[in-house]
Each structure stands twice: as structure tokens, then as C-alpha cells.
Design a protein around this ligand. Sequence first.
Ligand SMILES: [Zn+2]
Length: 77
Amino acid sequence: MPLYEYRCKECGEVVEFRSSMADKEKMAASLQCSSCGSAKLTQVFSGIALTSDSKSAASSPPPPSGGCCSGGMCNLQ
Ligand SMILES: [Zn+2]
């Protein structure tokens, strides 16, 4: 069964409950803050990752070819 988290809008207390998808709305409607008793609760979606996996691979540009020999000076030893 999925776990749902609701945060009290009055005092910030987080109330958790497990319920089937079918009973979730019913449960949420009768939910009360365990701290202050307020029924003003808003669901917290803690399981959803806000960060995307699309790591824009900052592929470093290839090193400039040649190095010190690019000018042909290294041949003059
Ligand atoms: Zn509360």
C-alpha cells in the first residue's frame, strides 16, 4: 500500500497514512492534524524526485592537437 504524507497548513505537522488508491480520498477527507487537530492538510509529494536524470554531459572539448610540436620546433634538438 502506498504511503501518503500530508502536511498541516496550520502548524506544519506532517501526518502519514497508508491507504489503498481507492480509499485515499476518503482517508484524506477525514484526516486531521495529529498535533493541532486542523483539517487543513495538503499532500506532500516527497517521493517525486525534482531533479531530472538528464545530465547534460559537459563533454570537455578535445585537447588541441600538436602541443609543443605543432610548430615543428621540437624537431630541432
Ligand atoms: Zn496542525
